[in-house]
Design a binder for this molecule. Structure first.
Ligand SMILES: N[C@@H](CCC[C@H](N)C(=O)O)C(=O)O
Length: 277
C-alpha cells in the first residue's frame, strides 16, 4: 500500500509525520527502522503518528517512535511539528490543541508568528519517575560509567532524561558517554543524556544524545530537562534561551509546581508517498 507522509523538522530534529486519521496503516518495529534509515529509507530521528483521540476531551492522540523502532512517551520538537501538521492538513482549525501521549496530556499553542508553544507539564525529579535506581531524590546523583564517576541530574519530562554539566559543550564526550549512560543498568528503560554548558543564568548551550536515535541537532524535552535541572540546582533562572546545534529554544519555568513552557519553530520540508513492504 502507498502511505502519504510529510517530512518536517524542529531545529534540525527531523520527523516523518503520518496522518492515521484519514489513512489506515499498522507499522511494525522493523518497518519503522527501515523507514528511519538515512540511506535505504526516508531518514528521520523520530516517526510521529497522528491518530484520533481515545479520550473525548482530547483533539488527537500523538504517538512517537524513535529511529530504532521503540515507542516513547514524549517529544518536544515533535509536538511543535505535530501542531503545525494538523493545522496545515486541515485536521483542525484550533490554535490551542490538546493531545494525548503515552506520557500524559500536552497542550500545544500555535502563535500568530507560526512559532509553537508547548505546555510540557511539570518536571518529575523522583528517581522512580524515570525510572533510575537510587535510594533517594537528590539534586545530583553520582554514576560510575566508562571507568569514571560523573554527576548528573535526573528528571522525567514524560520521558527520562539525565543532565550533566560540562565546561565546554563542543568538547563534551557526547559520543563516548552518551550511549554508555543511555544503556547504564541503573536506567532500566534507558535514558536521554544532555550535556549542558551554563553561559549565564538565562542562557545555556546543550547537546543531547537521544535514547533510540543517537545525538540529534536539537531535543525539546532535553532542553526542558536541562533547564529544570539547572533551575533546581540554582544555576539558572527562568526564562532560559537554550542554544542547540540546530537553533534556539526559549524555555520558561515560572514556579516549582508550574508546567514548563517551550517555544520554538516547526518546519515542513516536503510531502511524499512510500510503499510499505
Ligand atoms: N527529539 C525529542 C525526544 C524524542 C524521544 C526520545 N528520544 C526518547 O527516547 O525519550 C524531543 O524533541 O523531545
Amino acid at each position: 500500500m502507498l502511505l502519504h507522509f510529510t517530512k518536517m523538522h524542529g531545529l534540525g530534529n527531523d520527523f516523518m509525520v503520518i496522518d492515521l486519521v484519514t489513512q489506515r496503516a499498522r507499522l511494525r518495529d522493523e518497518q519503522v527502522r527501515q523507514l528511519a534509515d538515512r540511506r535505504f529509507g526516508i531518514g528521520f530521528d523520530q516517526l510521529l503518528v497522528v491518530e484520533p483521540p481515545r479520550d473525548p476531551d482530547m483533539d488527537f492522540r500523538y504517538r512517537i517512535f524513535n529511529a530504532d523502532g521503540s515507542e516513547v512517551e514524549n517529544c518536544g520538537n515533535g509536538a511543535r511539528c505535530f501542531a503545525r501538521f494538523v493545522r496545515d492538513q486541515r485536521l483542525t482549525h484550533k490554535h490551542e490543541i490538546h493531545v494525548e501521549t503515552s506520557g500524559g496530556p500536552l497542550t500545544l499553542l500555535v502563535e500568530d508568528d507560526g512559532q509553537v508553544t508547548v505546555d510540557m507539564g511539570v518536571p518529575r525529579f523522583a528517581p522512580q519517575a524515570l525510572p533510575f535506581e537510587a535510594d533517594e531524590d537528590r539534586l545530583r546523583h553520582g554514576l560510575d560509567v566508562e571507568g569514571e564517576r560523573v554527576e548528573l541530574g535526573v528528571v522525567s519530562m514524560g520521558n527520562p532524561h539525565a543532565v550533566l554539566r560540562v565546561d565546554d559543550v563542543e568538547r563534551a564526550p557526547v559520543e563516548r558517554l552518551g550511549p554508555a549512560i543511555e544503556h547504564h543498568p541503573r536506567f532500566p528503560r534507558r535514558v536521554n543524556v544532555g550535556f549542558m554548558e551554563v553561559v549565564s543564568p538565562h542562557e545555556i548551550r546543550l547537546r543531547v544524545h537521544e535514547r533510540g536515535s543517537g545525538e540529534t541537532l536539537a531535543c525539546g524535552t532535553g532542553a526542558c530537562a536541562a533547564v529544570a535541572c539547572g533551575i533546581r540546582q540554582g544555576l539558572l533562572e527562568s526564562p532560559v534561551t537554550v542554544h542547540l546545534r540546530g537553533g534556539d529554544l526559549r524555555i520558561e519555568w515560572p514556579a516549582e509546581e508550574a508546567p514548563l513552557r517551550m517555544t520554538g519553530p516547526a518546519e515542513r520540508v516536503f510531502d511524499g508517498r512510500v510503499a510499505l513492504a
